[in-house]
Structures are given as C-alpha cells and as structure tokens.
Design a protein around this ligand. Structure first.
Ligand code: PMP
Length: 294
C-alpha cells in the first residue's frame, strides 16, 4: 500500500506515510469507533478524475453525524487535498481511503476531537473480473437496532471480515449476508442486484450500507429503461433468479456464478449485469455521460 516515498494527508498536512504517527491509546484502535470511505479515481481521456468525490465525502460526514464522531472539515478542501495526494504520489488510477479517527481516549464516550487522514494506492478490482462463487453466510449483517448500519464505521467491518473468512475457508470467493429478518442484505463490502424476467431487484435501504455504486446502478437503469425494484428479497428468490451481481466502489460491477450449490443458467454476457458493467466502466472513464450512456 505504501513505500518510503508515499505521501499521505494528515490533519491539514501532507506528510510521509512512513513517518506519520498515530497513538496506541486511540479509541478508534481499541473499539473500532472511526468512520471511513472508499473512493476511486480513474484515468480518463482528459485527466485523472475522482468518481463521485462529493458523494463519498458527504457520506463520510453523514457516517460521523449518525454516530457522534466530530467532523470539522470542509468537503471542498478534502476533495482538493485528494487530487493533490494523487498528484504527489503520481497515481492515475487509484483507490482513496479517508479515515476519521479519535485521539487518545479509553472511555466509551464519543470523542470531542478527531483526526482525518487520506491515503491512496493503486488497487485492481477488489474481487477480480471473473464471475464469483458465493455462499450464504452464517453471519448476519448487524441489526440496525444495534448499530448504525447506514454509517461506514470501522467497527461494522468485524462482521465483514468474519463473513469473508468463513466464505474463503469453505472455498467460496465471497459471502452474501442476510439481515436480521432473514432477507438478503449485502456482501461484506458490496451491494447486490438480482435479475429476474428482465427486471432488477435490490434490497431496500434499512439493513444495508446505501452504496454510491448502488445509486449509480439505479441512475444507469433509468437511462437504460430497466426497471429496478427495491424490496425485501428472500434467499429462494435470489437462487431462482436469472442472475445476480455485486457492485461497489472497490469491486465495481462483478457477476455471480453460483450461490451455494445453485448455478445460474443465464450467461453473464447476456445479462443486465453485463450491460451495467460496461455502462459503469464507460461512465467512470468519462467515455460517455448519462444522457448518451448506450
Ligand atoms: N456495502 C458494504 C458493506 C460496503 O462496505 C460497501 C463498500 N463501501 C458497499 C456496500 C458499496 O458501497 P459503495 O458503492 O459506496 O462503495
């Protein structure tokens, strides 16, 4: 992720990653009370462009507000600093990781002061580009009555890591987690769409991270005249569908081949998912805009 020349942004300063320091007594480190984002920049024909930078920093702010983590930064400035970071590290295609974390504090009281860091590195599509073998995880997504599930909070990712490890140990590429009511929720780090009879279905908000790529898929579907239905989805519906795919900033758009023992019969290249995969790539690379997406 970094070498001796890598520069990061830390509390208003650009410093070497290898020399930047944090505190071993930090509340974030001990209890996972921190907020973060995952953003991608793409080398377009014009210049390197950060895709939906404002939406991501707005979500970071909202994650903080939902949980009482102080957020005191200006979003325009954070976007500017992100571009500077890419330039200083000579990154064209990159993943950008902002993290808001707390000062030394061992109590379970929300902190009064926080720090922010931004770092970036080159990162290929997180789950690769071939279709995935996935399993229904024995781990549920956290109940929204127990945690702010719509906030991108570090501690929520203990659940994601447990589900991923379990799936990999069983020989699958990835997990799908159900919500506390037994409906399909999301992957450890991505949202899910299901295709059936020429329409798309995706879990409604409430038990998932409201993904920025998920919102982009819905916008693309409007342009492409594809109906998207947001609702509760059962495991049976997921398995009896024509196909499904994950989407997220890190994974982009990736098809699902099998769920547990169920193999989708539809070929990926004939699916709505494949169309959206191409459309998404064209959009982030600014080859097209929404109006002329096809
Ligand atoms: N769900 C979870 C649990 C995630 O970690 C992510 C990645 N941020 C997503 C969904 C997809 O969100 P986005 O499209 O905003 O990256």
């Amino acid at each position: 992720y970094y070498n001796s020349n890598t520069i990061i942004y830390l509390n208003g300063q650009l410093v070497k990653a290898s020399e930047a320091k944090t505190d071993l007594y930090g509340q974030s480190l001990h209890y996972g009370f921190a907020a973060f984002e995952g953003i991608r920049a793409y080398k377009t024909h014009n210049a390197t462009r950060i895709f939906k930078a404002r939406e991501h920093f707005e979500r970071l702010k909202r994650s903080c507000e939902l949980t009482g983590i102080p957020f005191t930064w200006n979003i325009d400035d954070l976007i500017r600093q992100s571009y500077r970071l890419l330039e200083l590290n000579n990154l064209k295609d990159a993943y950008i990781r902002p993290l808001v974390f707390s000062e030394p504090q061992m109590t379970l009281v929300a902190p009064e002061h926080t720090s922010i860091m931004l770092c970036a590195w080159e990162w290929a599509a997180y789950l690769g580009d071939r279709q995935l073998k996935v399993c229904i995880s024995p781990f549920e997504r956290p109940n929204p009555k127990s945690i702010k599930i719509e906030a991108k909070i570090s501690g929520n990712y203990v659940n994601s890591i447990l589900a991923t490890s379990d799936a990999k140990n069983k020989g699958f590429d990835e997990a799908i987690l159900l919500d506390a009511n037994g409906f399909v929720a999301e992957a450890p780090g991505a949202n899910i769409f299901i295709e059936k009879g020429g329409k798309l279905y995706t879990p409604a908000k409430g038990n998932i991270l409201p993904g920025i790529t998920r919102a982009t898929m819905i916008e693309l579907c409007k342009v492409l005249d594809i109906e998207v239905i947001e609702k509760e989805i059962t495991v049976d519906f997921l398995k009896e569908a024509d196909g499904s795919f994950f989407c997220g900033t890190a994974v982009e758009v990736v098809g699902i081949h099998t769920i547990d023992e169920t193999v989708y019969r539809q070929r990926w290249r004939d699916s709505i998912g494949a169309t959206l995969q191409r459309a998404y790539k064209n959009l982030v690379l600014e080859k097209v805009n929404y109006e002329v997406i096809i």
